[in-house]
Every structure is written in structure tokens, then in C-alpha cells.
Design a protein around this ligand. Sequence first.
Ligand code: SF4
Length: 76
Amino acid sequence: MTRAPEVTQRLRVDPVACEGIGLCAQVADRVIELDRWGYPKLPGALVPDEAKAAKRAVRACPRRALWLEEVGGDRP
Ligand code: SF4
């Protein structure tokens, strides 16, 4: 029996819409770090606990610049 590929999620950011306010990192500091200019540095594939925090960050972004996308589990 072949297992279906594991699907997980990762965060994406629209670099044009993001204003580098940093609210996402405040609500999900275990998942998102900020670079020296205040823009988010996003992790790769998220484990379930990180995905919950990532959803909070998506909801908190005042510019709607963050979103979650599903990826295959074998991608970084
Ligand atoms: S909260 Fe939104 S606008 Fe602010 S740094 Fe994060 S992604 Fe960018």
C-alpha cells in the first residue's frame, strides 16, 4: 500500500503589500522572525503547532500581505 504524500502548509508574503510593521512576528514569534528592516523572514514547511500560530499571524496582518499555502511534505 502506498501512502499519500503528506500535505503541510507554509507561509507566503506579498513583498509589495507588506509594510514591515512587524505585527505578524508579535503574534507568532515562534514562527516568524523579522529582518533588520522589520520585514518577516518566513520558515519553510510548518508543523501543526506552527501552523496555528501562522494562522494567527495571517489574521493579524493589517495589510493582508500574509497567507498560507499547502505544499507537499517533501518540500523544504
Ligand atoms: S504584519 Fe503584515 S504588513 Fe506587517 S510585517 Fe507582517 S506581513 Fe508585513
